[in-house]
Design a protein around this ligand. Structure first.
Ligand SMILES: Nc1ncnc2c1ncn2[C@@H]1O[C@H](COP(=O)(O)OP(=O)(O)OP(=O)(O)O)[C@@H](O)[C@H]1O
Ligand SMILES: [Mg+2]
Length: 254
């Protein structure tokens, strides 16, 4: 594996803020990883994602495939918690929008959109308007819209945080399926340690006081759903792993 994203001495300070949110952070994301970033609310997770997306300036080094990240780019597609779809466009036109901007032919767009509708389980729903969709369906469209560009890196900021538990579990499975089939690299921010355990190949921990990523651990349990695991030994192992992560997130915890 080779590093797709590398950060070193990464410092990010918002214009009016008295001090940096992220300070001298260092991490790398290898090609093919699902890199889950966990940490307490307000510690700076979304800030790191915004810098990766190219939405905000930073100091230090932040590269993708060796090039410094500067500005947003289809190669780094972003999925947020609440899908911001274009309400005046159909589902199919939302998914194909980026390709149209990039000058793809109508036939190429139609083919890719049809494939993607199937990938995200929305076959035959391309002509719907986005206001006709449920929350889970909207997130599927948002994911398909990013996938349409075939980006080497997908950035996801709490993509399923607003969904009910059942829909969330289905969407986690969808991301795993897509990741397996398409070989994309995923940078996933989540509050939910079970989501990280189910989806990630690696789990990165950010703490409130450090302004950095303090640990990156390989996750041996990717693909297991901690909420429905039946084997008691495995359940206990996952429990210990989860407790160690909680301790890393908040070292003052007993
Ligand atoms: N645009 C902004 N201007 C100034 N400060 C900001 C801005 N956005 C975020 N912050 C501050 O930066 C810190 C980190 O915010 P960030 O959104 O990165 O946290 P987070 O880890 O994603 O939290 P959450 O888990 O609640 O989403 C917070 O103290 C927040 O108030
Ligand atoms: Mg956030």
């Amino acid at each position: 594996m080779t590093a797709l994203v590398t950060a070193s001495d990464l410092t990010i300070q918002y214009p009016e803020a008295p001090s940096p949110v992220v300070q001298n952070a260092a991490f790398s994301v290898e090609t093919g990883e699902v890199f889950a970033l966990v940490g307490p609310s307000g510690c700076g997770k979304s800030t790191i994602l915004r810098a990766l997306a190219g939405f905000i300036p930073y100091q230090g080094r932040l590269t993708m495939a060796g090039d410094a990240i500067a500005g947003s780019n289809w190669q780094r597609g972003v999925v947020f918690q609440n899908a911001s779809l274009y309400p005046w466009l159909t589902v199919a036109d939302n998914i194909g929008f980026g390709l149209k901007v990039r000058g793809f032919s109508r036939d190429a767009i139609q083919k890719r959109v049809t494939d993607l509708l199937e990938t995200v389980g929305l076959s035959g729903q391309g002509e719907k308007k986005t206001f006709e969709l449920s929350g889970g369906m909207r997130q599927r469209v948002a994911i398909a819209r990013v996938l349409a560009n075939e980006p080497p890196l997908m950035l996801m900021d709490e993509p399923f945080g607003a969904l009910d538990a059942f829909t969330r579990a289905r969407m986690q499975q969808l991301v795993l399926d897509i990741w397996k089939r398409r070989d994309t690299t995923v940078f996933l921010i989540t509050h939910d340690l079970n989501e990280a355990i189910r989806c990630a190949t690696h789990i990165a921990v950010m703490t409130a006081s450090s302004h950095q990523i303090t640990q990156i651990v390989p996750n041996p349990y990717q693909g297991c759903d901690p909420e429905t695991v039946a084997d008691p030994t495995l359940e206990q192992q996952i429990d210990t792993f989860r407790r160690d992560l909680l301790k890393a997130i908040d070292p003052t915890r007993d």
